[in-house]
Design a protein around this ligand. Structure first.
Ligand SMILES: C[S@@+](CC[C@H](N)C(=O)[O-])C[C@H]1O[C@@H](n2cnc3c(N)ncnc32)[C@H](O)[C@@H]1O
Length: 189
């Protein structure tokens, strides 16, 4: 483990996922954004696996396409221009993991934010598709308007998951001021 992985929530997500996701796996990026998590997952699953990524914004699709081209990745990624609340319309295969990165597109329209109703529907879909020992990570950025409500609703939802079926963790930066992001990790038993 590289100690710097804990400096950022994205590093922590990658640290966890890199120990779980292997070549050939099918995984979901529920919030494609600029494509960083999609690229990361594509490198883990390699050409025999599949990353299926969702975003409601054309800009996210364009940025992600460009990032993947720069890294010569084209085979194992499917970019879907639709909300993650519709995941089950596109996927019925068992998945090994899913990444969510809540909030707004960095350097994009700050009004286009993830919202708890659709976020929770997407998490529910991923839990249905998730295989035993699979992991879902949810990085919650909540400093923007509407962010606090989404954070609370997602935490309430995750906290109520049956402990016989799931391990659920919340990781917080507890010595920072303001609204540092936090990470929820769900593992299916
Ligand atoms: C914090 S950004 C994601 C950053 C991304 N993981 C990356 O590596 O750059 C959140 C993204 O969620 C997207 N989003 C908002 N509502 C969504 C929905 N219902 N379904 C899918 N994506 C959504 C936004 O358009 C935005 O691009």
């Amino acid at each position: 483990m590289n100690a710097k992985s804990i400096v950022k929530i994205t590093g922590l997500t990658q640290l966890i996922m890199s120990n779980v996701i292997v070549k050939g796996d099918i995984v979901i990026d529920g919030t494609m954004g600029n494509g960083n998590d999609t690229l990361f997952l594509a490198n883990l699953v390699e050409e025999t696996g599949k990353v299926i990524s969702f975003d409601i914004q054309e800009k996210a699709i364009m940025n992600t396409k460009q990032l993947l081209e720069e890294h010569n990745i084209n085979k194992q990624v499917e970019l879907i221009h639709d909300g993650h609340e519709n995941i089950e319309e596109y996927i019925s295969d068992e998945i090994s993991g899913a990444i969510f990165n809540l909030g707004y597109l960095p350097k994009g329209d700050t009004n286009l934010i993830t919202k708890s109703k659709t976020t929770i529907k997407a998490i529910q879909s991923c839990l249905k598709l998730l295989k035993k020992n699979g992991i879902i990570t949810i990085a919650i950025y909540y400093g923007h308007e509407g962010g606090e409500e989404e954070k609370n609703n997602v935490i309430d939802y995750a906290s109520a998951l049956d402990k016989k079926l799931y391990h659920v963790m919340k990781m917080d930066y507890i010595n920072q001021k303001g609204t540092p992001p936090l990470l929820i990790v769900i593992m299916k038993k």
